[in-house]
Design a protein around this ligand. Structure first.
Ligand code: MN
Length: 243
């Protein structure tokens, strides 16, 4: 299998995992940088992530437009991906989602911060991007390159940026890590909100975030996690044939 075919296959699995783990609903999208040409990236046509197949994966250029054009309907927020790949050479994958547990932290005056060691990969300081500050009254969709560049600026060198009244975007050095960040962002948000209802919350210290991220924040730090999620959504590798 070519590198490109392998990356396309992995991106289908990522779509299905994020849908199955309820990071995505009918909306949301995940992309991966082209394994050979870093100016391009792979992203599905406008299909709900739980139904994405290999034939739906399109190639996109730095401008956020399909390479060679397409007759398929496209995600209107595909510029998010283009802007982050342009700004962050280290990023290999981008997830944009509207995960319910995360949404309150996009509109309340409480920062989303790691409370769990498995969630240290989300980063200690998660910025909140308020589209209104720069663009005034909009429909809150990131449908223009200027919107996306502003969002990528807010992300900075981090892995997650929250988007006011909308959702979040996550970026990482591998597809596996971007998926893991997106999933544990939601789990952390749920745990943090539940803990806040009980009393004063003890967050991870900056040193704990750094130490846990050093262990868990590398690509495939925990390969069994991806394999388990792939199996849960029905895309496990077939068992090896016994001799
Ligand atoms: Mn969106």
């Amino acid at each position: 299998m070519s590198e490109l075919a392998a990356r396309r296959r992995e991106l289908v699995v990522a779509n299905r995992i994020l849908a199955h783990e309820n990071v995505f609903d009918s909306y949301g999208h995940v992309s991966a940088r082209h394994p050979v040409d870093p100016r391009q990236f792979l992203l599905a046509a406008s299909v709900s992530p739980g139904q994405v197949g290999e034939a739906d994966i399109l190639l996109y250029g730095e401008d956020g437009e399909a390479v060679g054009g397409t007759t398929r309907a496209q995600y209107s927020e595909r510029f998010i991906h283009a802007a982050i790949y342009a700004q962050r050479p280290d990023v290999q994958a981008v997830v944009h989602a509207h995960t319910p547990a995360v949404l309150p932290f996009t509109v309340a005056p409480v920062p989303l911060r790691p409370v769990l060691h498995v969630a240290a990969i989300i980063g200690e300081h998660i910025p909140l991007w308020d589209m209104h500050a720069e663009f005034g009254d909009t429909d809150l969709l990131v449908t223009a390159p200027a919107h996306a560049a502003s969002l990528a600026n807010a992300l900075g060198n981090g892995r997650v940026v929250l988007m006011r009244g909308h959702g979040f975007t996550a970026a990482a050095g591998s597809l596996e890590l971007a998926v893991r960040v997106a999933i544990y962002l939601g789990i952390n948000a749920q745990a943090q909100a539940a803990a806040m209802a009980l009393g004063e919350v003890r967050y991870l210290s900056p040193g704990e975030v750094a130490a846990a991220d050093a262990r868990m924040g590398s690509p495939r730090a925990t390969g069994r996690v991806w394999d388990n999620w792939a199996q849960r959504c029905g895309l496990a590798k077939p068992l090896p044939v016994q001799a």
